[in-house]
Design a protein around this ligand. Structure first.
Ligand code: PRP
Ligand code: ADE
Length: 180
């Protein structure tokens, strides 16, 4: 609808490109201006909510990725009247955790979730700010598989098309508000 397009445009106007950050050759897409403008943040959550209600009616839990998934996931979860659970980089969560090692551009990293964070069979939606190579979301899916949760899909604000993360995540469905 026209309303959806206007909201997308509003979000688009609040993403700032920074060339050569954090290193040469990378165009960093900064989402901080979205958070500074209530109408833009509301537009993000409206668009996520609309998509979730239409496509993921049975979702029981929002799972957000460290760190920028934490900025949007809880707001969406509140709108949907469901809970929010964190996937964190290693060493930040107390109690029993389940972890997964994943590949970065150079080397590896590890992320984890509290063992009682997600119950077997629970239907979850993964939330992050941005899809680049897809390594982060793929690792999150692996964690969900270990927990026997059912991933209905993922939602991000930005998809970086040329890195082809979508391909890596298939057959998982990824919804993005904007493509670059
Ligand atoms: C960024 C972004 C995603 C991830 C996407 O996080 O917020 O989580 O990279 O990249 P990928 O698709 O290639 O895996 P970053 O690793 O910079 O961590 P941060 O959110 O803690 O800043
Ligand atoms: N995470 C991975 N690539 C990124 C980019 N180009 N901008 C912002 N966050 C990112």
């Amino acid at each position: 609808t026209g309303d959806t397009e206007l909201k997308r445009q509003l979000v688009h106007r609040h993403i700032r490109p920074f060339p050569d950050f954090p290193k040469k050759g990378i165009m960093f897409r900064d989402i901080c201006p979205i958070l500074k403008e209530p109408a833009a943040l509301a537009a993000v959550i409206d668009l996520f909510e609309e998509h979730a209600r239409k496509n993921y009616e049975k979702v029981e839990l929002i799972v957000g990725l460290d760190a920028r998934g934490f900025l949007f996931g809880p707001l969406l979860a509140q709108r949907l009247g469901i809970g929010f659970v964190l996937i964190r980089k290693k060493g930040k969560l107390p109690g029993a955790t389940v972890s997964v090692v994943y590949d970065l551009e150079y080397g590896t990293a590890e992320m984890e979730i509290q063992e009682d964070g997600v119950a077997p069979g629970q239907k979850v939606l993964l939330i992050d700010d941005l899809l680049a190579t897809g390594g982060t979301l793929l690792a999150a899916c692996e964690l969900m598989r270990k927990q026997q949760a059912e991933v209905l899909g993922c939602m991000v604000i930005i998809e970086l098309k040329e890195l082809n993360g979508i391909e890596k995540l298939k057959p998982l469905s990824v919804y993005s508000l904007l493509e670059y």
